[in-house]
Design a protein around this ligand. Structure first.
Ligand code: PBG
Ligand code: ZN
Length: 332
C-alpha cells in the first residue's frame, strides 16, 4: 500500500477512530504502588526527592494503601526502614520487623489489596550493601540464607508475594525452596531479574536510607551496556522458579523490556524507578513540562515495550487520570 491509495491519516481524524486503532492501553490493573514503612505512630516524613511520597508509620501506611485500593490499584510493593542496622541485617528477618508488622496491618485492614514485599538486605545492613560483606566483598552464598529467611518471614506475616531485589546468584531457587519447605508453595516470586546498576535509584536510596557506605553495587547489579546478559539472568530465574520477571529501571531500558518480552511467556513487570519519577516531577515543578501528560505517555511507553505491569510512584496519580477524576487530556 502506498500513497495516495493508503493514507494513514484517515484513521487519525477523530477520537473514535483513534480509540479503535489504539494498540496499547493503560489500565489501573497494571499499576503497583511502592510504599515505605517506618516505625512509630502518626509519622509522615516527606521524601524530598520523591514529591508526594512519604516514609509512613503503619497507621498512615494503612490509610494510603486504603486510598490506593479504593482507586482500584491491585497491589503495593512494600519497603521497610528499620530502626536498627547491623552486619547480618537481622531486622530484615525479625518476626516483628517493620515490613512484617506493616504487612500484617495491611492484610488486616485491606485483605483484598495484594502486598508484595521487597526482599533485600541493603536497608538493614550497617554497610548498606544488598548482601553479607566479608573483607569488602559481597559474599553471594552467605547471603542466600538470609534472603530466604527474610522472604519466609514476610510470607509468614501474610505477604501475598515476595520480590527479591538483591541480584545474588541463586536466590530465587533458595527462596522457592524455603517457601515450599514451609508449605507456602502457593506464594509467588516476582524476581528483579534484570536489575541494572543504575544512578536512577538515587532518590530511592535517600528514601530508604540504603546507599552503600563503601564502593558500589557493580559486582552484583548488571552493567548498563548489556542485553544478552539480561536474557541469561531472566532464563536462570525462570528455571529457579520465578513467577513474574522484572526489568529495572524501565525508561532507559525499554529495549530490554522489549527483548525479554519476545523471549518469555511469563508475566513481565517493569520498575519505573525513583529517578525516573523525580526527573518528571522536577521538570513539572520548574514549569518546563506538562507533568501529567508526560506521566501517562511514559507509562504507556513502558506498556508498549511489553510490560504487563508497572511498579511506579505515579500509581495514584495515574489511577486518578484513568478513572476520569483528574483530566489531563493525554489522549483524544
Ligand atoms: C533494594 C532496592 C532498590 C530499589 C528497589 N529495591 C535500590 C537499590 O538497588 O539500590 C530501587 C527502587 C527505585 O529507585 O525506585 N535493593
Ligand atoms: Zn538491596
Amino acid at each position: 500500500m502506498q500513497f495516495p491509495d493508503y493514507r494513514p491519516r484517515r484513521l487519525r481524524q477523530n477520537d473514535a477512530f483513534r480509540k479503535m486503532i489504539r494498540e496499547t492501553s493503560l489500565s489501573v490493573n497494571d499499576l503497583i504502588l511502592p510504599l515505605f514503612a517506618i516505625g512509630g505512630k502518626n509519622i509522615q516524613n516527606p521524601i524530598t526527592s520523591l514529591p508526594g511520597h512519604f516514609q509512613l508509620s503503619i497507621d498512615n501506611l494503612a490509610k494510603t494503601a486504603t486510598s490506593a485500593h479504593q482507586l482500584g490499584i491491585p497491589a503495593v510493593m512494600l519497603f521497610g526502614i528499620p530502626e536498627h542496622k547491623d552486619a547480618m541485617a537481622t531486622s530484615a528477618y525479625a518476626r516483628d520487623g517493620i515490613v512484617q508488622q506493616a504487612t500484617k496491618a495491611l492484610k488486616d485492614t485491606i485483605p483484598d489489596l495484594a502486598v508484595i514485599t521487597d526482599v533485600c538486605l541493603c536497608q538493614y545492613t550497617d554497610h548498606g550493601h544488598c548482601g553479607v560483606v566479608d573483607c569488602e566483598i559481597i559474599d553471594n552464598d552467605a547471603t542466600l540464607e538470609l534472603l530466604a529467611k527474610t522472604a519466609l518471614s514476610h510470607v509468614q506475616a501474610g505477604a501475598d508475594m515476595v520480590a527479591p531485589s538483591d541480584m545474588m546468584d541463586g536466590r530465587v531457587a533458595e527462596i522457592r525452596d524455603i517457601l515450599d519447605d514451609n508449605n507456602f508453595y502457593h506464594a509467588p516470586i516476582m524476581s528483579y531479574s534484570a536489575k541494572y546498576c543504575s544512578a536512577y535509584y538515587g532518590p530511592f536510596r535517600n528514601a530508604a536510607d540504603s546507599a552503600p557506605k563503601f564502593g558500589d553495587r557493580r559486582t552484583y547489579q548488571m552493567d548498563p551496556g548489556n542485553v544478552l546478559e539480561a536474557i541469561r539472568e531472566v532464563m536462570l530465574d525462570i528455571e529457579e522458579g520465578a513467577d513474574i520477571i522484572m526489568v529495572k529501571p524501565a525508561l532507559a531500558y525499554l529495549d530490554i523490556i522489549c527483548r525479554v518480552r519476545e523471549e518469555i511467556d511469563l508475566p513481565l513487570a517493569a520498575y519505573n524507578v525513583s529517578g525516573e519519577y523525580a526527573m518528571i516531577k522536577a521538570g513539572e515543578q520548574m514549569g518546563w513540562i506538562d507533568g501529567p501528560r508526560i506521566m501517562m505517555e511514559t507509562l504507556t511507553a513502558i506498556k508498549r515495550a511489553g510490560a504487563d505491569m508497572i511498579l511506579t510512584y505515579f500509581a495514584m496519580d495515574a489511577a486518578q487520570v484513568l478513572s476520569g477524576s483528574v483530566d489531563c487530556e493525554w489522549q483524544g
